[in-house]
Structures are given as structure tokens and as C-alpha cells.
Design a protein around this ligand. Structure first.
Ligand code: NAG
Ligand code: NAG
Ligand code: NAG
Ligand code: NAG
Ligand code: NAG
Ligand code: NAG
Ligand code: NAG
Length: 287
């Protein structure tokens, strides 16, 4: 039997549980209320190739052809820290960064040092993702996911033998299926992941930075976002370009379709052709 006095505590206890659940929810979703209002249109799946350029309805052809003749600007390397510091004044401790290619945490560490932001980072090598989770376990604003992102979800085997120790090469051919270096990686669909982050981790649907350093995934992630009109949801976008990986003449076609499309929604913050570049959302009130 419970007394009247004890009975009074039951609703109080239940209320406390709800408050705790709410607070916990708030910790998981620090940016606030979920954005139920963000609609999800059907996803358009596609790739950029030299042929697809002809089909882009409002492609700025002159800009595109100009871009095709651009050469690599590798004078970036002496100022390589740019991709860590160029966002001063644009990012701060309430910003949300989506990082694709956690690698060894080099960029993540710098983002924390300069901005102390919220970071959601994707690293497809499971062992490396584990060590990143360990490395950042004391920072509750950093979340590491043990998978990569691509234009569509899939699993495949890769050779994790990574000669420069900088990251996974999406396009590296397997030397042998039975190597101790062969690991399975999983990629999730970039469009679905971004839709989900916009809904659950942002107040207004805007992600402050997308940072891509992922040995080749830029050639499928950026086209997927562009085809689905989603670049407009990133206040800043920066990416490194990896040319040597696709031994194919179409690389410049893909790169230049990305350049011309980004130029519509964003303006450059820094730009080293086919090495590293950063873009900032255009101020819509100016247009
Ligand atoms: C995109 O390219 C990949 C690799 O070439 C291919 O497997 C995939 O089917 C293509 N997707 C579409 C929608 O064309
Ligand atoms: C270009 O568009 C036409 C008409 O929609 C289509 O038949 C063709 O397959 C497209 N070509 C490419 C490379 O996407
Ligand atoms: C196309 O790009 C060129 C620069 O290459 C620019 O001068 C021109 O205004 C652009 N045209 C349109 C319609 O945006
Ligand atoms: C961070 O920047 C945003 C927008 O630029 C601003 O609204 C916000 O107050 C800033 N937050 C902090 C903690 O400085
Ligand atoms: C894979 O390699 C191991 C050890 O090198 C060997 O014992 C095994 O038979 C190999 N398996 C296949 C399918 O070749
Ligand atoms: C993207 O925007 C263009 C131009 O505004 C429109 O034609 C196209 O249908 C849109 N695509 C999607 C997937 O919303
Ligand atoms: C956008 O432009 C307007 C007018 O030039 C300016 O007052 C405002 O501060 C700008 N906003 C941002 C976010 O840059």
C-alpha cells in the first residue's frame, strides 16, 4: 500500500523523468528543436561526366570552358593552414561542421582549436574511426561515425594500406582480395544524411560548414548535393580535390561542373584550383 503522501510523489517523479529525458534530448540535439518543416523531395541520383555537362539547362558554358583550361594551383601548400583559419568570423562555438573524411583527426583538431564548434565527422575506416572516437572522447561536441558518405549507399572492400597515411582512397584497386590490409567500408547516402542532420541538428536547416577531405569522394558528394539543390543549405563549403585517383579525362569535366554550380550559390573565400578551395554562401539580400 502506498500512502497519500507517497502517491503525491508519483506524478512529481514522472515529471522529473520527462524533464531529464528532455534535457538528454537537448544534449543529443544541441542545436535545438527538430525541423519537422523541412520537406524531403525525392532524391535525384546521378553522376557528372563530360556528357552530362551538355544536359545542364542553365550551365554557364563560357565559365565552364574557361574552367576546363585551368591548371592546378599547387602554391597552396605553403599556406595550407588556410583551410583551418579562413573561416574566422564565420564559425564560432555554436557552429555545426559536417566533416567528411575524419582521417587522423588533423583537421578536426584545428577546427576545435580555432572555433570550438560542434562537429559531426565521418571516417569509413572502422579502426581509424575507433581511434578518432578515443581521441575526441572528452569533447562532447564531437561525434565520429564509422562510415563514409557517397552519392548512394553501399559497402565495398578497399585496401586500407594507405601509403601517405592521409586517408582512404575510394578508387584504389584492390591488390588482392586476401590481404591483411583489405577491409570492408560502408558508405551512406549523402543526401539522406544531410536531410536528417538539417532536420534534427539545426535550428533553421543551415549547416555552417561542410568540409570534405576524402580522397575522391568529393567527385560524387558534391554532384549529389548539386543535383538535389542542397548546396544552398551550407553557409560554407570547403573541399580538397584529388586528381591522381581517377585516371580518367572526365575529372576536369566533373570538377568544372562543380565549380560552375557552386558559383551560383556561393562565392569563393579562398581558391587554389584542384587543390583546396573554400566557398561562402552568397548574401541573398544582395541579389
Ligand atoms: C554513378 O557512377 C557509379 C560508378 O561509376 C555507378 O555505379 C552508378 O550506377 C552511377 N549512378 C547513376 C545514378 O548513374
Ligand atoms: C541528356 O538528356 C536527354 C534527354 O532528357 C537524355 O536522353 C540523355 O540520356 C541525357 N544525357 C546524359 C549524358 O545525361
Ligand atoms: C558566365 O560566366 C562569365 C564569366 O566566365 C560571366 O562574365 C557571365 O556573366 C556569366 N553569365 C551568366 C549568365 O551568369
Ligand atoms: C556565432 O555566430 C552566429 C552567426 O554568425 C551568431 O548568431 C552567434 O551568436 C555566435 N555565437 C557565439 C557563441 O558567438
Ligand atoms: C588467405 O591467406 C591466408 C594466409 O596468408 C591463407 O592461409 C588462406 O588460405 C588464404 N585464403 C585464400 C582464399 O586464398
Ligand atoms: C533544383 O532547382 C532547379 C532550378 O531552380 C529546378 O529546375 C530543379 O527541379 C530543382 N531540383 C530539385 C531536385 O529540387
Ligand atoms: C547582407 O547584406 C546586407 C546589405 O548589404 C548587410 O546589411 C548584411 O549584414 C549582410 N548579411 C550578411 C550575413 O552578410
Amino acid at each position: 500500500m502506498i500512502s497519500r503522501k507517497q502517491a503525491m510523489f508519483i506524478p512529481l517523479g514522472i515529471t522529473c523523468i520527462f524533464i531529464l529525458l528532455y534535457l538528454n534530448f537537448d544534449l543529443i540535439y544541441p542545436q535545438g528543436i527538430s525541423n519537422i518543416f523541412i520537406s524531403t523531395s525525392p532524391i535525384i541520383y546521378g553522376n557528372f561526366t563530360c556528357e552530362t555537362a551538355e544536359n545542364i539547362s542553365n550551365l554557364n558554358v563560357s565559365k565552364y570552358h574557361k574552367c576546363l583550361s585551368w591548371s592546378i594551383e599547387d602554391d597552396f601548400w605553403p599556406v595550407e593552414g588556410l583551410h583551418h583559419i579562413a573561416h574566422k568570423g564565420l564559425l564560432n562555438s555554436s557552429s555545426l561542421i559536417v566533416e567528411i573524411g575524419g582521417n587522423r583527426g588533423h583537421d578536426t583538431v584545428k577546427f576545435i582549436e580555432h572555433y570550438d564548434p560542434w562537429i559531426i565527422s565521418y571516417e569509413p575506416l572502422v579502426l581509424r574511426a575507433k581511434s578518432l572516437t578515443e581521441q575526441f572522447k572528452t569533447n562532447s561536441k564531437v561525434k565520429i561515425h564509422p562510415y563514409g558518405l557517397g552519392s548512394y549507399a553501399r559497402k565495398f572492400l578497399i585496401d586500407s594500406n594507405d601509403y601517405n597515411n592521409v586517408g582512404t582512397n575510394f578508387f584504389q584497386k584492390l591488390s588482392s582480395k586476401n590481404s591483411s590490409q583489405t577491409v570492408q567500408v560502408e558508405l551512406l547516402d549523402i543526401v539522406k544524411i544531410i536531410q536528417d542532420i538539417r532536420r534534427t541538428k539545426t535550428k533553421n536547416g543551415i549547416i555552417d560548414m561542410l568540409s570534405l577531405n576524402c580522397k575522391g569522394c568529393e567527385f560524387e558528394i558534391l554532384p549529389a548535393l548539386i543535383l538535389n539543390n542542397m548546396t544552398q543549405y551550407f553557409r560554407t563549403i570547403q573541399f580538397s580535390t584529388h586528381l591522381g585517383l581517377i585516371l580518367d579525362a572526365s575529372v576536369s569535366c566533373i570538377y568544372c561542373q562543380i565549380e560552375v554550380a557552386l558559383d551560383k550559390t556561393h562565392e569563393t573565400l579562398y581558391h587554389y584550383t584542384k587543390i583546396w578551395e573554400g566557398w561562402v554562401l552568397k548574401n541573398k539580400t544582395e541579389n
